[in-house]
Design a protein around this ligand. Structure first.
Ligand code: NIG
Ligand code: FE
Length: 416
């Protein structure tokens, strides 16, 4: 099937790798442009005045974008999309002053979702995730990363990865999905005080079973969770098993997670609210994508991650939502954009790069999605407006008119 998106304002970063530092603000902008798609792949882009030369008229469906902005589909490169139960009680305790870690230390937090997830069947996990995916699609998301990590036993971790696999292959799930194994999300209650033995279980029993079911290995490197030595041991084992690496790093306290991510050659380190200047420098040098999650900082009332220091230090920044039932129960792309622009001093151009090409790079997909260029998947977002500066200005409001996945409109607020 051939499709032409005509009379759009094309706005995109360019390339097949993460854009770093000052490159992040460079977008290609073409007024009155076309995008020609065949078999779900972008074949050509350019100015409308040059479309005749392609000799396409009559052979393709047309969408007249009427001057609206077309962006690459957003990539939400860090979510905990699969989970049982909810934790509204903890949210209200936090509003009264409890901290995230104090709730976790008294057996709530991640463990509470682990208890619920162990009790939930795979069908129900899939259905629940699909509800969130449907909301994501309305906000222009075409690719999502989803983590396991609420099983913390082999059987439930595999059940979570099975749910992700079903979403990946289900005809009507309407999203591209990448799986991450997060068995090192916490030490489960049955291993309390025996972190080393739980690490042994991950290495000896879980890794061989999950290594072909997830692209990434992720870990919560944090004080009183997996500290640096345990994290290094687990990351090395995962790397030897052939998995690519991610870390939840320096989220609650400064522990050196960013430095460890650089040392291990991780694809990304995420959160980084309390990263050291040295950690920033080493991540930039090692080419580790800094995935910043402003909704989590907002929901935990913590300071935002130092986006400017990363970008000005030459690092590649991605933005993602961290959707999860605990620290950040939101998958809002519009609010992520607003927070990044208003509180993290990122320009809207940098934010667009961070949510598209750099998000794709953070999950190893920059070669196939994240920008509007020939050869890439036709994963696109058509906004309501002809001006991308409307995105942060419309604080927390959804500005997406149409979402296109593999060349097919999968969400249309109005029929263009
Ligand atoms: O990214 N910090 C660790 N993991 C998640 C929260 C998980 C949860 O609270 O359920 C995060 O913030
Ligand atoms: Fe997370």
């Amino acid at each position: 099937m051939k499709l032409i998106i005509a009379h759009c304002k094309l706005v995109t970063p360019l390339g097949t790798r993460a854009r770093k530092g000052a490159e992040m603000k460079e977008l290609r902008v073409v007024d009155d442009a076309f995008i020609y798609i065949d078999e779900g792949i972008i074949k050509a882009t350019g100015a409308m005045k040059d479309i005749e030369a392609l000799g396409l008229s009559g052979t393709a469906d047309w969408i007249d974008a009427k001057g609206r902005v077309v962006l690459p589909g957003f990539v939400d490169s860090h979510t905990h999309l699969i989970f049982g139960g909810y934790r509204p009680d903890e949210f209200s305790w936090r509003l009264k002053g409890d901290t995230y870690m104090s709730i976790m230390e008294r057996g709530g937090g991640i463990q509470s979702t682990v208890n619920a997830t162990r009790q939930t069947g795979v069908e129900e996990l899939v259905e629940k995730a699909q509800w969130f995916i449907d909301r994501m699609v309305e906000m222009g998301v075409t690719t999502v990363e989803a983590k396991s990590g609420y099983g913390l036993d082999t059987e439930t971790e595999l059940k979570m990865l099975e749910a992700i696999e079903r979403l990946a292959t289900k005809e009507d799930s309407r999203i591209d999905i990448v799986a991450t194994f997060l068995g090192a999300h916490a030490v489960p209650k049955e291993y309390a005080g025996r972190t080393g033995e739980y690490c042994d279980l991950i290495i000896n029993e879980m890794l061989p079973k999950v290594k072909d079911k997830a692209k990434f290995f992720d870990i919560f490197t944090e004080k009183n969770v997996f500290e640096i030595e345990d994290s290094r041991r687990l990351l090395k084992a995962a790397r030897e098993a052939g998995m690519e690496l991610k870390l939840h790093a320096d989220e609650i306290v400064q522990l050196g997670g960013a430095e460890l991510a650089a040392e291990m050659g991780a694809v990304s380190a995420d959160h980084l609210l309390h990263v050291s200047d040295e950690g920033i420098r080493r991540m930039a040098e090692a080419g580790v994508v800094a995935t910043l999650l402003p909704l989590t900082a907002f929901a935990l009332k913590e300071p935002f991650a130092p986006a400017r220091k990363f970008i000005d230090g030459g690092a590649a920044v991605a933005l993602a939502t961290d959707l999860n039932p605990g620290s950040c129960f939101s998958g809002s792309i519009p609010l992520t954009i607003a927070l990044a622009c208003i509180y993290m001093q990122m320009s809207i151009e940098e934010v667009i790069t961070a949510l598209t090409l750099n998000g794709a790079a953070a999950i190893g997909l920059a070669g196939e999605t994240g920008s509007i260029e020939p050869g890439k998947k036709a994963n696109l977002t058509i906004l309501e407006f002809d001006n991308y500066h409307m995105l942060p200005y419309y604080v927390g409001m959804n500005c997406v008119n149409t979402t296109i996945l593999h060349g097919k409109p999968i969400y249309e607020r109005t029929n263009l």
